[in-house]
Design a protein around this ligand. Structure first.
Ligand SMILES: Cc1cc2nc3c(=O)[nH]c(=O)nc-3n(C[C@H](O)[C@H](O)[C@H](O)COP(=O)(O)OP(=O)(O)OC[C@H]3O[C@@H](n4cnc5c(N)ncnc54)[C@H](O)[C@@H]3O)c2cc1C
Length: 438
């Protein structure tokens, strides 16, 4: 490793400045280490991104947090950041597989209640310790697909259609290969209550947006940051690692914390190569391959939600703001290739299948799946991932530790999981590098 002498040297290099990377960098630099953060984009936040669109500050990625999420909650308390509740939905529209229906949001929740209770009844049995997801043997449950579990439930075709669409929303992808354990894991984190879990997914935003929390952590982090630093190679030996960016710059460190999304791992060349279970997990990837769209419709409407068919380009809508004669609505769909969120006519077509009278005036969104630095939305696991891949991804790989929402113990797929994983990776580095007492 002759280049090591030439490279700028640090105790630890953190790759990625999303919530996992920011948290890890703060912990390490405040723990006395020299830390360099290499971030490919020109901004912090990763898969969270508060940006000015349609005349407002809108969250294009991760948004909602909840009191059942201990890591993000502690960060909000630490920096004195409050919450901005989303409106409580009043009206609802839904597609039951053969016809359109409308009613109150409570009616729609009621239709989903019993099937969801039956589906997730074993959540605390399979996950008695939600933050230790492998404390019991999940092997058998982990090989079962959520789609098969839903198909086997003794419920009407209408309820099944609603349930499939609800979990397609949660996975932000097609549930044919979705791990049943992932659904159980989510619900175990809210003590077996799927309604509280749903509340966790779409009720409380961060005051000032996700940017407020990301910037608070950044301000608290005496580390060096390089933006536009797209890491392409990581070479390690027994004493150090050299991280090389696409422009050929080398940086060296004793340890590396790599927080890039799982789907993007294969963009980086590793020497020695990654263990097979890790590279296989990256190749197989996650299921969150969908889309989030923001759009405005004419008129100031009472808060509503709408649940369409599981194979529609947008299968869920939630109105968020009213302003200046417009209602701002969020839509989610399971397949990023099926809808361009920046095409208002495409959004209009699918919205009108559920709510015929609404007229879309503009729409925006970011293509997270097409974005080479994410390639996925929120990481939702395939069958076998939990038992077959997660243990390998959580092991130190020589001088490299993986971190990020993909590999959290608890709220994997959420901001909370990213923070949890960043904390744990930093703790691992700090304890491993601490001198042994004489
Ligand atoms: C549309 C959408 C909606 C979501 N909704 C919610 C929600 O409501 N609530 C919630 O809790 N979570 C939500 N999430 C999930 C949440 O945003 C993520 O789980 C979390 O932000 C991931 O953080 P991370 O640090 O693990 O990864 P990331 O945020 O992806 O950070 C990884 C960083 O690594 C950088 N990077 C990648 N490759 C390289 C490279 N080669 N070299 C250098 N840098 C690189 C990336 O640019 C990025 O900044 C949502 C996500 C999306 C996309």
């Amino acid at each position: 490793m002759s280049d090591t002498d030439m490279a700028q040297s640090y105790d630890t290099i953190v790759v990625g400045a999303g919530f996992a990377g920011l948290t890890a960098a703060r912990e390490l630099s405040r723990g006395g280490q020299s830390v360099l953060v290499l971030e490919a984009r020109d901004r912090i936040g990763g898969r969270t991104w508060l940006d000015r669109r349609l005349g407002m500050e809108l969250e294009l990625g991760g948004t909602w947090v909840h009191w059942t999420q201990p890591h993000v909650w502690a960060e909000l308390s630490r920096y004195g950041i409050g919450l901005a509740p989303s409106p409580v939905p009043e009206n609802a529209y839904w597609w039951d597989g053969s016809k359109l229906a409308a009613g109150s949001a409570d009616e729609l929740l009621e239709l989903l209640d019993e099937p969801n209770q039956v589906l997730t009844a074993s959540s605390r049995e399979v996950f008695p310790q939600p933050f230790r997801p492998l404390s019991t043997s999940v092997g058998e449950a982990d090989s079962r697909s959520l789609a098969d579990e839903i198909a086997a439930l003794p419920i009407s075709a209408e309820r099944r259609a609603l349930l499939e669409s609800f979990w397609t929303l949660n996975f932000n992808g097609n549930i044919a290969d979705a791990a049943f354990t992932q659904a159980l894991r989510w619900v175990s984190l809210t003590n077996g209550d799927w309604k509280v879990n749903f509340e966790a997914c779409a009720t409380y935003k961060i005051a000032g947006g996700t940017r407020a929390l990301a910037e608070a952590i950044l301000q608290d982090t005496p580390a060096d940051f390089v933006f536009g630093a797209d890491v392409r190679d990581i070479t390690q030996d027994q004493s150090s690692a050299v991280v090389t960016t696409v422009d050929g710059t080398d940086y060296s460190a004793r340890d590396v914390i790599l927080t890039v999304p799982l789907q993007t791992l294969s963009r980086i060349h590793f020497e020695p190569a990654l263990p097979q279970p890790v590279s296989m997990a990256a190749d197989r990837g996650q299921l969150g391959l969908g889309v989030k769209a923001w759009f405005t419709v004419e008129g100031e409407h009472r808060p509503f939600v709408a649940l369409g068919g599981s194979d529609w380009p947008l299968n869920f809508f939630q109105s968020e703001y009213v302003r200046d004669g417009l209602t701002y609505v969020i839509g989610f769909g399971p397949d990023a290739s099926a809808l361009d969120p920046n095409d208002p006519e495409a959004v209009q077509r699918v919205l009108n299948r559920l709510v015929p009278d609404l007229r879309v005036t503009a729409s925006v969104g970011h293509d997270w799946v097409g974005d080479e630095f994410s390639k996925e939305t929120w990481p939702m696991h395939r069958t076998g991932y939990l038992s077959g891949s997660l243990p390998a991804l959580q092991q130190p790989l020589g001088r490299i530790r993986l971190a990020g929402s993909d590999i959290a113990d608890g709220w994997g797929g959420f901001i909370d999981g990213a923070i949890e994983s960043g904390l744990k990776a930093a703790h691992g580095v700090l304890t491993a590098s601490r001198p042994v007492a004489a």
